[in-house]
Design a protein around this ligand. Structure first.
Ligand code: PT1
Length: 277
């Protein structure tokens, strides 16, 4: 499988890692709203050296309970980092839901838009449609502020798959070709532990759409709930979950600990290659 990402094309014959680059004060404690783009570049360089095919640059946290930031603040955080990152040999993704941030990021050279709201904001489809950028459409129930308040589903896998299929159809109507679209079930976004586990068990159902499946499991609460570990001690659990996701069809793994995720995926790829040949 391939994913067209603007001027670059991702070969997904083997699973790839999307390295997380948070340009937020809570992730890079600098005591204020200002963030140093050179520190972001250093993080991007490290993520690339560790083997990530994609870097995902985000200026607004979407973790449960996170508060939104203004559009101008988000722009000030991510655009300088993107301008620097696009000089490196990597697909540069912008993690945003705002059309104005999408447009500015693509103008700065970003190759992909990763949107936890699946281009639902007014103008978001159009911001991507007129470009060659790829898009990752993610499922979320509610918003980060309230998404963990008693989420309920009949059949979580069927509902997530139907939502994503509807968003893929909306993209196609807007002129975004399927070769530019990836889908993501949104682990932890309005889901209980049991919902997350059911999505991971039946991840193959999402793959039936024939589009690359992205997963973000790294350091999440579900890993903590199973292992009993705080966020700083979830590396092994995160790699185990990523490996299971790839065995069940995921092509792209969003991860904080890139070197470890790459190693885990290399083991899976080596075993799976023997199965095909
Ligand atoms: C994700 C993702 C993302 N996750 C994509 N983008 C986050 N495509 C940001 C928790 O339960 O999975 N896919 N962008 C981070 N968001 C969360 C959500 C972080 C839940 C933590 C949790 O701990």
């Amino acid at each position: 499988m391939k994913l067209v990402c603007g001027s670059r094309t991702l070969d997904l014959a083997t699973p790839q890692v999307m390295g997380v680059v948070n340009v937020t004060p809570d992730s890079f404690s600098d005591g204020g709203a200002y963030f140093d783009p050179d520190a972001a570049l250093a993080r991007v360089e490290r993520v690339v050296a560790e083997g990530a095919a994609i870097v995902d640059i985000g200026g607004e946290s979407t973790r449960p309970g996170a508060a939104p930031v203004s559009a101008s603040e988000e722009l000030h955080r991510v655009i300088p980092a993107i301008e620097r990152a696009v000089r490196l040999p990597v697909v540069v993704s912008v993690d945003t839901s705002r059309p104005e941030v999408m447009r500015a990021a693509i103008a700065a050279g970003a190759h992909m838009v990763n949107d936890v709201r699946a281009l639902a904001a007014p103008g978001a489809l159009a911001a991507v449609a007129g470009t060659r950028a790829a898009v990752c459409l993610m499922h979320m129930r509610g918003s980060p502020a309230d998404m963990q308040d008693d989420p309920r589903y009949g059949d979580v896998v069927a509902e997530v798959a139907a939502f994503l299929a509807a968003r893929v159809a909306a993209c196609e109507r807007a002129g975004i070709a399927r070769e530019r679209i990836a889908i993501d079930p949104g682990f932890g976004f309005g889901k209980t532990l049991e919902h997350n586990l059911e999505l991971l068990r039946r991840l193959g159902t999402l793959g039936e759409a024939g589009l690359p499946v992205v997963v973000g499991l790294s350091r999440k609460r579900m890993i903590g709930a199973i292992t009993g570990r705080p966020v700083g001690e979830r590396l092994a659990g995160s790699v185990a979950a990523a490996v299971i996701a790839v065995l069940r069809g995921a092509c792209i793994v969003r991860a904080h600990d890139v070197a470890e995720a790459v190693d885990g995926l290399r083991i899976v790829a080596a075993v799976m290659q023997g199965e095909n040949g």
